[in-house]
Design a protein. Structure first.
Length: 728
């Protein structure tokens, strides 16, 4: 115990000239103790005949401990005496006792979480209160665990059970404890899957491997068996049961996990070996309609489900098959009788056999086909002649009895289906409204003629074989009233003539006028550019169209000879055709209008110069897929295209101006450009410079089309050959 007087100790109070002193001590010990303090005035003799005249109390006001829990245990008294002559003396002594106690130190958690033998364990207790640092110790800690003396962390895998006390001691020796319990090892539930192995059968090879779980990932199991039927063996490491059983019986397969203390933890499954009962072969018949999709489920009884089906001999008809689940499905058109043997294997591998006799019945037949408006009265279905909707059609059998009716669909087709093979004919109305009559019969090919007799409305009889479809029974109708039409097209090359590659223009408004100029009919061109006005009385008519279309196209040059049916008949100024006179029943189909673009265009052809003469010859083919580039007057590339399947290319919708075209100097097959501008015909030569691939500049005026910019390629490789003949 050591005491120090505190700075600032001095008078506590004054009373009647007597001084009462406050004395302050600092305690620097960790345990209970007491100390004596003597107060003697300097230069005074405590034994110099003083007499006690006052006996105040001195309080220990502030002991200022260095550790907590220190309290004074006594009150000091100071005797005061007065020496004759009035001088005051302080003397005598007193004893002050102090007791030091530890602060509250708390260790958490308390207790620690418990552990189990054989299972990895970690815990991190903590301490609070007192003076850090703390020192950690453990009493009775089970083997396999260790404690960190600085942090208190406990870790390891306990190998025995037991209880331990964990102590945290602070810098002044004050401490607190917590407890830890390690429980004995307890076997987990070991599960073997499946709980019952699939049954085996005598004489049938068997191979199954159960699995065990429950002891955690990475656990090792040992396998054993009791009562395993003869012929089967068990792999003690993997649990695989295999072999060919020779006797019936039930065996138990056990998986054993050994705990850390030698505990045996087990789970099991069972296996039964049986002998198959006799299943005599069965016979069955199955009828299949030709061309009809079937779906028939085979069933089995006896044995143990599920059953697995297979074909063991013979075969199903082409297009018919059986699944392993016994579903027979598909469709066939191959007539005949088929024998097939199928076997069902039950869950115990016991077989059952069925012999099936399959008969494919004749396929249903059908017939049809088309009822159309014979616009040009030629008795033949032409490309621009439409079908007629809702015409009633009657089917007759071989003796002329009506056995079915239908009507034509929106585009003129009809059909009778599901017919038994045999002889049939079809009947049509003799006339339709408005004023349509049956056209001439049996003109041209049977696929495109009219088969209905104009007098009876009946077709010839046809005989249908199994599965046959006859799509040739047609009927054409014409109207004795007049009609006119025909075609509005895009005149791409501006020659005033309908060429094969020039398309019709859709939705062009067309107006019909009588001879007085009155508008009496209106229509628009269809998707491919055709128009018609029907049911016209004989007389004089003309047709008009807009002179300019929304895309800016204008009517081209009219009446280019020699064929009036492929030229343009519209006046470029008025948009009107010439007046035409229609006779009764006449169909005028030569009133056409060609439109050209006021924009310019150019093109034309890339070909293979087979004979190396630098000129396009009749037998020399176009080259597909060649990239062609268009350049403006400044030489900037402004567009690309590729040649089509026959070697043609075109740039359209060009503003008037100066352009040039570029071609590859060589193609991927090694062909190179031929010599430029050979021969006298600019439409047949090659215009590309063989070194640069570029043509000369060409100037296009408004609406101009230049179809003379061609490129020829030849192969730099050599060739030889000619002709071998018989010199008769």
């Amino acid at each position: 115990m050591a005491l120090q007087s505190a700075a600032g100790s001095g008078l506590f109070a004054n009373k009647d000239g007597w001084s009462i002193w406050r004395i302050t001590f600092h305690l620097s010990t960790s345990g209970p103790d007491s100390v004596s303090a003597w107060l003697t005035p300097a230069g005074q003799d405590a034994a110099s005949g003083l007499t006690q005249s006052f006996n105040p109390e001195i309080q220990v006001v502030d002991h200022q401990p260095l550790i907590g829990g220190v309290n004074s245990t006594s009150i000091a008294k100071l005797r005061v005496a007065t020496k004759p002559g009035g001088n005051k003396y302080y003397y005598d002594g007193t004893t002050v006792s102090f007791t030091a106690t530890c602060p509250v130190i708390t260790v958490t958690p308390n207790p620690l979480s418990s552990g189990t033998v054989g299972t990895a364990y970690t815990a991190s207790p903590s301490a609070s209160g007192g003076i850090a640092p703390y020192t950690w110790t453990a009493t009775g800690l089970p083997a396999g665990l260790s404690i960190n003396p600085s942090t208190g962390a406990i870790s390891g895998t306990p190998t025995i059970d037991g209880n331990a006390t964990i102590t945290a001691t602070d810098a002044n020796g004050c401490f607190d404890t917590t407890s830890l319990t390690i429980n004995p090892f307890s076997c987990p539930v070991i599960t073997v899957t499946p709980a019952t192995l699939p049954s085996g059968m005598i004489g049938i090879a068997y191979d199954q491997t159960p699995t065990a779980s429950g002891a955690g990932g990475g656990a090792t199991y040992n396998w054993s068996s009791t009562g395993l039927p003869a012929g089967l063996t068990l792999n003690a490491t993997t649990g695989q049961v295999s072999g060919t059983p020779t006797a019936t019986g039930t065996g138990t397969i056990t998986a054993t996990y050994t705990g850390p203390g030698g505990e045996l933890c087990q789970g099991s499954t069972t296996l039964e070996v049986t002998d198959c009962p006799p299943y005599p072969p069965q016979n069955a018949a199955m009828g299949i309609d030709c061309g009809v999709v079937i779906s028939k489920q085979l069933t089995a009884s006896g044995g143990t489900a599920p059953y697995t089906w297979s074909v063991t001999s013979g075969s199903f008809p082409p297009g018919i098959s059986m699944t392993s689940g016994g579903l027979v499905a598909g469709t066939t058109t191959v007539l005949g009788t088929y024998s097939v043997q199928v076997t069902a294997i039950d869950a115990n591998a016991c077989p059952g056999v069925v012999n099936i006799e399959i008969t494919v019945d004749p396929c249903p037949a059908s017939l049809g086909d088309f009822v159309w408006k014979d616009l040009n009265r030629n008795g033949v279905q032409d490309a621009n002649e439409p079908g007629i909707e809702n015409v009633p059609v009657t089917l007759y059998d071989a003796v002329g009895t009506a056995i079915g009716t239908t009507t034509t669909n929106a585009v003129g087709y009809y059909e009778f289906t599901g017919l038994t093979p045999g002889t049939y004919s079809v009947g049509f109305p003799l006339s339709l409204n408005p004023s349509c009559e049956l056209t001439a019969v049996n003109i041209g090919s049977d696929a495109l003629d009219s088969d209905a007799d104009p007098v009876t409305g009946m077709t010839q009889q046809v005989t249908l074989a199994s599965g046959e479809h006859n799509p040739t029974l047609d009927a054409g109708y014409f109207t004795p009233k007049a009609s006119l039409g025909d075609f509005v097209w895009k005149d791409l090359n501006r020659n005033g003539v309908q060429d094969a590659n020039e398309p019709g223009i859709e939705n062009v408004p067309v107006t019909l006028h009588n001879s007085a100029g009155d508008a009496i009919g209106y229509t628009t061109t269809n998707a491919v550019g055709y128009y018609n006005f029907w049911d016209l009385d004989p007389g004089d008519y003309y047709v008009s169209v807009p002179t300019t279309l929304p895309d800016g196209c204008i009517i081209g040059t009219p009446d280019v000879p020699p064929d009036d049916c492929v030229d343009s008949d519209g006046d470029p100024v008025t948009g009107e055709s010439a007046i035409t006179t229609l006779d009764p029943g006449e169909n005028e189909t030569c009133i056409d209008f060609g439109f050209i673009s006021p924009k310019a265009s150019l093109g034309d052809y890339v070909w293979k110069d087979l004979n190396l003469n630098n000129v396009q010859d009749a037998n020399e083919p176009g080259i597909q897929g060649v990239t062609v580039t268009l350049y403006d007057a400044g030489g900037a590339a402004i567009g690309t295209t590729s040649t089509d399947g026959t070697g043609w290319y075109e740039f359209v919708n060009l503003d008037p101006g100066t352009y040039s075209v570029g071609f590859p100097t060589a193609l991927v097959d090694g062909c190179v450009l031929v010599a430029q501008d050979q021969g006298l015909d600019d439409t047949k030569d090659s215009d590309a410079n063989s070194s640069t691939g570029r043509t000369i500049d060409v100037v296009l005026t408004e609406g101009e089309h230049n179809p003379t910019i061609d490129a020829g390629y030849n192969s730099p490789k050599a060739s030889l050959g000619d002709y071998v003949w018989k010199d008769l």
